[in-house]
Every structure is written in structure tokens, then in C-alpha cells.
Design a protein around this ligand. Structure first.
Ligand code: AP5
Ligand code: MG
Length: 215
């Protein structure tokens, strides 16, 4: 079973996606992380990301499918971030079809714009471990971690956050409607504790494993 996790910026896709992958022994794949790695050597990509724009569909699709192809991962994947436009969704559906698998479940974490801005303004990453903390919400950096050494993403500054949220509404909401028509969509209230949301997501995944949706 392949799961696509979606939601506005800061809704907890990374936080919840990693926990789901751990719980079920799935592969977790974040297009944002892959694109951030690529941006270190591609200045044009870095510029687009820092401004909060999407990078071209072909580039994000190729990064994802090349990685999956190289690692021979075609099933039991948690996809965080790709597809995020209808064009990407159609291409990924076709690609999985050629591998004899499919996108079986779309989980959407819903949160308000105010909550997105609050969470992203407080998000920090440990440059050594990659752990994600939040200075405003949770999890807070543990005692002993020097907050001044934690990284604040360039696209987590107010102007870029608002642009990313506008793009989410114009480019990703139509894809969510397509997934609804495909009968694979489940929306979850993302404005609760990390643990409460995870408990609900685990139940949804178990239920879908027991009752796969035929497409
Ligand atoms: P990406 O890295 O995917 O960023 P995003 O979609 O903007 O999502 P975020 O990572 O900001 O939020 P999240 O939902 O993962 O939240 P998190 O769990 O960290 O993409 C970045 C960029 O890459 C894009 O803008 C684009 O340029 C490019 N890109 C990526 N994919 C692309 C594609 N397919 N096509 C084209 N371009 C693409 O949580 C946020 C914070 O809140 C954390 O600090 C966390 O600790 C905290 N938190 C989490 N859950 C809770 C909770 N329940 N309560 C309180 N705080 C919480
Ligand atoms: Mg993320």
C-alpha cells in the first residue's frame, strides 16, 4: 500500500509521515528534503525554494521516481510532498501503474493559515541530527540543545510562507479534489496534539490495509 500525505505548510506532513513509516515499516520519502539537497548545488532551484515557489513538475517527478527506481521501492511508501499538483498526480499514478502498484490512500492534514504561520515561524532543525523542533508549539528542543545553533529554513520566513500557502490553495487543493473523486481521500483535523493525530492516522491506515480500495 502506498500513502500520500498532504496538507498546508506546517500541517505536520513530515512529523506524521515519519511516524507512520516507522510504525508500519514503510519507506518515508520527502520531496522537500530531496529538493533541499539538490538546491545545494543548483542555484536556480535554491532561489525558487527560498521564495516559496514550486520547482518544475518534471524535476520533482524525476527526483522521486529515480530514487524509487534505484532503490526498487514500488510499494509500502509514505510519500510526503510529491505529487502536489494535478499534473504530478496523473504522472505518478501512471508511473505506479507500470510498477503494478498504486497510490492507495491520500491523508490530508487540515489546519488554518494562522496555525501554519505560527508553526513555521517557530520551526527549527538540528543541523547534526536532522531532528525537527518548534520554539512555539511542539516538540520543544530538549534541554542541552543550543537553540542558537538550530536552523530556520529560508522559506519559513513570513513572505515565503504566505506565498507557499497561496500556491497550496491554487495548485494542491485541486489535486485533493481529484483524490476525493478517486475515493482514496481521508481528511484529518491537524490542529490537535501530535499523538492524537498519529493515533487517528494509524487507525485509518490499518482500516485501509484490511479493506483495500480497488481502483
Ligand atoms: P516541503 O519541505 O515539502 O515543505 P512544505 O510542503 O511547505 O511543508 P513543510 O515541510 O513546511 O510542513 P510539514 O507539513 O512537513 O510540517 P512539519 O511536520 O515539519 O517543500 C519545500 C519546498 O520544496 C516547496 O515549497 C517547493 O519549493 C519544493 N517542493 C517540494 N515538493 C515539490 C513538488 N512535488 N513539486 C514542486 N516543488 C516541490 O511540522 C511543522 C512544525 O510544526 C514543526 O516544527 C513541528 O515540530 C510542528 N508540529 C508538527 N505537528 C504539530 C502539532 N500537531 N502541533 C503543534 N506543532 C506541530
Ligand atoms: Mg515537511
Amino acid at each position: 500500500m502506498n500513502i500520500l500525505i498532504l496538507g498546508p505548510q506546517g500541517s505536520g506532513k513530515g512529523t506524521q509521515g515519519k511516524l507512520i513509516a516507522q510504525k508500519f515499516g514503510f519507506t518515508y520519502l520527502s520531496s522537500g528534503d530531496m529538493i533541499r539537497a539538490m538546491a545545494k548545488t543548483h542555484h536556480n532551484i535554491e532561489e525558487m525554494m527560498d521564495k516559496g515557489q514550486l520547482i518544475p513538475d518534471e524535476v520533482s517527478l524525476e527526483l522521486t521516481t529515480d530514487y524509487l527506481e534505484t532503490n526498487k521501492h514500488f510499494d509500502n511508501i509514505v510519500l510526503d510532498g510529491t505529487p502536489r499538483t494535478t499534473a504530478q498526480y496523473h504522472k505518478m499514478k501512471e508511473w505506479f501503474h507500470t510498477k503494478g502498484t498504486s497510490i492507495d490512500l491520500g491523508l490530508v492534514l487540515t489546519i488554518s493559515r494562522e496555525e501554519s504561520i505560527k508553526r513555521l515561524s517557530g520551526r527549527r532543525m538540528d543541523p547534526t541530527t536532522g531532528a525537527i523542533y518548534n520554539l512555539v508549539t511542539s516538540p520543544k528542543p530538549p534541554a542541552g540543545v543550543d537553540v542558537l545553533h538550530l536552523l530556520h529554513r529560508d522559506d519559513d520566513k513570513p513572505e515565503a510562507i504566505n506565498r507557499r500557502l497561496d500556491i497550496y490553495e491554487s495548485s494542491t487543493l485541486p489535486l485533493i479534489e481529484e483524490m476525493r473523486k478517486d475515493g482514496i481521500l481521508v481528511e484529518v483535523n491537524g490542529e490537535r496534539t501530535i499523538e492524537e493525530i498519529q493515533t487517528e492516522l494509524v487507525e485509518i491506515v490499518k482500516e485501509r490495509q484490511l479493506n483495500p480500495k480497488s481502483q
